[in-house]
Design a protein around this ligand. Sequence first.
Ligand code: ARG
Length: 588
Amino acid sequence: MSSLAEKLTSIVSVHFRAAGLDESFGTVRMSDRPDLCQFQCNGALAAAKALKRPPREVAQDIADRLKAEPIFAKIDLAGPGFINLDVTDAALADHLAALVADEQLGVADKGAGKTIVLDYGGPNVAKPMHVGHLRAGIIGDSLRRMYLFSGYRTIGDIHMGDWGLQMGQVISECARRHPEWPYFDAIFSGPYPKEPPFTFEALEEIYPTASKACKADPARMELARHATVELQSGRPGYRALWRHIVDVSVEGMKKNFGALNVFFDLWKGESDVHDRIGPMVRDLRAGGWALESEGALVIPVARNDDKKEMPPLMLYKTDGAVMYGTTDLATVAERVERYAPDRILYVVDQRQSLHFEQVFRAARLSRIAPENMDLTHAGFGTMNGTDGKPFKTREGGIMKLEDLIAMGLEKARARIAEAEIGRDMDADEVEDIAHKVAVAAIKFADLHNNRTADYVFDLDRMTRFEGKTGPYLLYQAVRIKSLLRKAAERGFAPSGNFVLHDPDRALAFVLADFPDAFEAGLRHDAPHHLCDYAWRLAQQFSGFYAACPILPEPDESLRASRLALCALTCRTLEKTLDLLGIGVPERM
Ligand code: ARG
């Protein structure tokens, strides 16, 4: 199915074509002045400019032709050549009935037959997860949901950093503390212990200590680098210890992302492409793409028309350790081979844009990326504290994701108690609601910003039940659910015969706009379009409900029509929130 604006676009386009004009001028969109008209088409202006004809004349010509179309109740000219359009109530009612019957709520499956790999989350093994990974996880998971809804085959990959220097730092720190462990015994022939020698909490202490020591002491750093190279070249004890570090970390990641309802299809990491790197580098050398430069191996990616400096992509540094760019390039190759995607989308901090530009150029030059495959870096801005500086703990340390989730949950519990929600519920249900409120608060606060903008993490504000917040939207959705339940208890059924008065029509147009809001979000990889939509729909509903008491409505057909509008609003709001990764409780 298509949206109402799309339907009108195709009708109006035909008439532009019939008038000898390009049909692309026929774009119709929902009016931003609903007091004047429901829809507008501004194409006559551009068409007139191209033809050097008076715009009003062109607009009049099109308007005259549109009179033959029964879908329009009103066709007016405005300003220099805008065409203002209203549709008939019968057409609107038909469209609503089609929306009710459509599982996709009007969204076309434009992605059918296409595959996308989404790379998001990107936490680093052994290092604590922080707010950057929170943003990557939340935004990436929402985009995965959106692509899936649009019909794509989606593959969400967490792409952990599990192969870098931090691994050597942890290994060498363990060797210093526990030289007696079999992992460090060069003649030990195995098998290595099955149980990890540390817990997640212990690991969270080991890494920062090791990292600090390496920064302070070049000799320690040298040991860590050496351990990294040995790990990567396959020293058995190091590989065995590394496996434990990865497993213990992944457990922690699963807990954190699970708490946020952020899902991944693949739990792969940089290490997964290690075996590809040797052959890939050989090919890159043979093809003349990779060159020695000052002891390192690089792929020059600069172009003559570059406005800013574009350093080469580094494949190997002098010590032979694998670089971030090398694994990313090999990962492109792996994804192409395994999934033949039409697109790979990287949801990663904006500050890595140069890295991705280098990787993408190297992938294109070397034909690792097929020409018709799209590579996009969907970067995001920094999350700041209420002081406007990058978000930190009160003590000035890095805010761990786990602590942030716990803070959100605690605040949600307090808000729920304040609002006297759940007095008649058991403790489990209240806790489930608190969890949903916390997730809604954190995710909506993040997603409603333009992806690339920095934003302020204000826990107090985002957990409120009023204003443009996640909890407000949950509250509205639950309110409709409760209304529908009450109606069902009284035996009132919704009806597909829509009766449209002003408030009904106004709500109907917002419902009909869902596919367009969705498309805008998908086109720009920008979930904030859906956040704006959810807020608009909830507010429109709130106005509608205030103007039209539904259960007391004596006119049965009007009541049944309004119940159907409520049910459609509920579905649309819940779907919108679901696409943002936000779940709605049954009651609250
Ligand atoms: N681990 C990286 C970091 O913490 C993010 C990885 C993003 N994905 C990628 N394919 N490079 O910054």
